[in-house]
Design a protein around this ligand. Structure first.
Ligand code: AMP
Length: 402
C-alpha cells in the first residue's frame, strides 16, 4: 500500500495532505489533512490535523523556536504522520508551487534543473515562490527516494490567447516574462474536472468560475479550458481580496512613491496586507466578521467586493461570447448565501436568476428552473489535484520500470 503527501507552503505555514493510493483508476483517498502555522524563528508554531471524517487528531502548540523553518516543520509533520500511520510508505510528494513562469503548463517532476528554473521565477512571486521552494527543498532532503512533483497555480492558464497574456507595455517586458499569468489554477482545474464528471454537457459550454476566498479571482472557461482570468502578473490583480487590493490604476503606485515617499517594501505591505476587505472596512479580512458587523464601512467593503465581481462577470461573459454556467467556490463562494445573492441580483439581462431557497440552503444547483445560466456551488479541492499529479508520477515511474 503506497501513500502520497501533498504540501502547500506559505511564508510561515505548511498545509499538508496524506493520501492513500488505490489502483490506477481510483482517486487518491485523503486520510489526514492538516496545517502547521507560525513557522519561524522566535515563534510558537501550531499544528492542527484532522482525519477525513473531521475527527481532530492533533491540535498542539510547540515551544518557542521549536519549528524555526520549513524543514523543521516538515520533520514534525512527518513525525506526527508516522505516529498515526506506522505503515506509511511515501511513493511521492506533490507540491503546490505558485509560479511556473512562461515555461510550465503541466505538473512537472522536480529535478535539480527544474528547481533552478523555478528559483528564477522568485521575483515574479516574491511572497509565495520562495516559501514554496523551501518546502520542496525540505521534502527533497527528507524523502530523497520519493518522486517529487510540482503543481503550478499558473499552469492551467498558460494557453490564454495572446491578448489576455500581455500588458500594453513595451515588448521587452513581455519577453522578460512580465505577462498575465493568472493564478488559482489548481482550484479551477478541480472545478473544471468536477463539472465534466457531474454535468458533461455544461462542461462543454461557456463557464465562469468565481473563486471567492481570502484570495479571490474569476476565470472564464470554454470547454473546460481557461480563456481568461482576472489575475495578472501577480496575485494582486482583479478582484479585491481579504487583504489585497485587486485591480488598481498603476498611477496610484507612482503617487505612493513620488508623493508619499513610500518605499517599495511599504507599498508592498499596503497592497498585499492592508488593502481589500480589511483596508476598506478598517475591521477585518474575514467575510463572516464583516457580514455580522453591519456598519457603514463594512457594508461599503462588501459592496465594493460585490461590485467588482459583477463587473468581471459581465466582462468575462463578453469575452466568452455568453455564459452557460456560473460556479461559486472558495470559503465565501461556498458559504455566503448573502454574497451569492448580491452578485446575482438583477442579472436577468444575462439570463441568470437564482432561487432564493436553493441559495439559502446552499444546494449544488442554485439557479431557478427557468434560468438560462445554470448557477452551481462546487466546493473546491486543490489538494486532490496535487495528489492526482503525485499519483500520476508514481504510475509513470512504475510504467518506466516495467
Ligand atoms: P478560503 O480562503 O477559501 O478559506 O476562504 C476564507 C474566507 O471565507 C473568509 O473571508 C471567511 O470569512 C469566508 N467564509 C467562510 N465561511 C463563511 C460563511 N459561512 N459566511 C461567509 N463567509 C465565510
Amino acid at each position: 500500500m503506497a501513500h502520497v503527501l501533498t504540501l502547500n507552503a506559505g511564508s510561515s505555514s505548511l498545509k499538508f495532505g496524506f493520501f492513500k493510493l488505490g489502483d490506477a483508476t481510483e482517486d487518491p483517498e485523503a486520510r489526514i489533512v492538516g496545517l502547521m502555522e507560525r513557522i519561524g524563528p522566535g515563534e510558537r508554531a501550531h499544528i492542527k490535523a484532522k482525519r477525513q471524517d473531521g475527527h481532530v487528531l492533533i491540535d498542539q502548540e510547540y515551544g518557542r523556536n521549536h519549528v524555526a523553518d520549513h524543514s523543521a516543520a516538515l520533520s514534525r509533520i512527518v513525525e506526527f504522520l508516522r505516529e498515526q500511520r506506522p505503515e506509511m510508505r511515501l511513493a511521492a510528494v506533490g507540491h503546490r508551487v505558485v509560479h511556473g513562469g512562461p515555461d510550465f503548463d503541466a505538473p512537472t517532476e522536480l529535478t535539480p534543473a527544474v528547481m533552478e528554473r523555478l528559483a528564477q521565477f522568485e521575483p515574479l512571486a516574491p511572497l509565495h515562490q520562495p516559501p514554496n521552494l523551501s518546502g520542496v527543498r525540505a521534502a527533497l532532503e527528507l524523502f530523497p527516494d520519493a518522486g517529487q512533483v510540482a503543481c503550478f497555480d499558473t499552469a492551467f492558464h498558460r494557453h490564454h490567447p495572446w491578448v489576455n497574456d500581455t500588458f500594453a507595455l513595451p515588448r521587452k517586458f513581455y519577453d522578460q516574462g512580465v505577462r498575465r499569468y493568472g493564478f488559482h489554477g489548481l482550484s479551477y482545474q478541480y472545478i473544471a474536472e468536477t463539472l465534466k464528471e457531474i454535468a458533461p454537457h455544461l462542461h462543454m459550454g461557456r463557464t465562469i468560475v468565481a473563486h471567492l476566498g481570502n484570495g479571490a479571482s474569476m476565470c472564464g472557461l470554454m470547454g473546460g479550458r481557461s480563456v481568461a482570468s482576472t489575475m495578472g502578473f501577480t496575485a494582486l490583480d482583479g478582484l479585491p481580496m481579504g487583504t489585497r487590493c485587486g485591480q488598481l490604476d498603476p498611477g496610484v503606485i507612482l503617487y505612493m512613491l513620488q508623493n508619499e515617499g513610500m518605499s517599495p517594501a511599504e507599498i508592498e505591505d499596503v497592497l498585499y496586507r492592508q488593502s481589500g476587505l480589511v483596508g476598506l472596512s478598517g475591521l477585518s479580512n474575514d467575510m463572516r466578521t464583516l457580514e455580522a458587523a453591519g456598519t457603514e464601512e463594512t457594508r461599503q467593503a462588501i459592496d465594493y467586493f460585490v461590485f467588482r465581481i459583477r463587473r468581471e462577470l459581465g466582462g468575462l461573459a463578453a469575452v466568452l461570447g455568453g455564459v452557460s454556467t456560473l460556479i461559486f467556490c472558495g470559503g465565501i463562494g461556498e458559504n455566503s448565501a448573502h454574497i451569492r445573492e448580491k452578485v446575482c441580483e438583477g442579472m436577468g439581462w444575462l439570463g441568470l436568476e437564482i432561487d432564493e431557497g436553493r441559495n439559502l440552503r446552499g444546494e449544488r444547483m442554485i439557479s431557478t428552473d427557468f434560468s438560462r445560466v445554470r448557477v452551481l456551488i462546487i466546493p473546491t479541492n486543490e489538494e486532490i489535484v496535487i495528489a492526482r499529479a503525485a499519483r500520476d508520477l508514481v504510475e509513470s515511474k512504475q510504467g518506466t520500470v516495467a
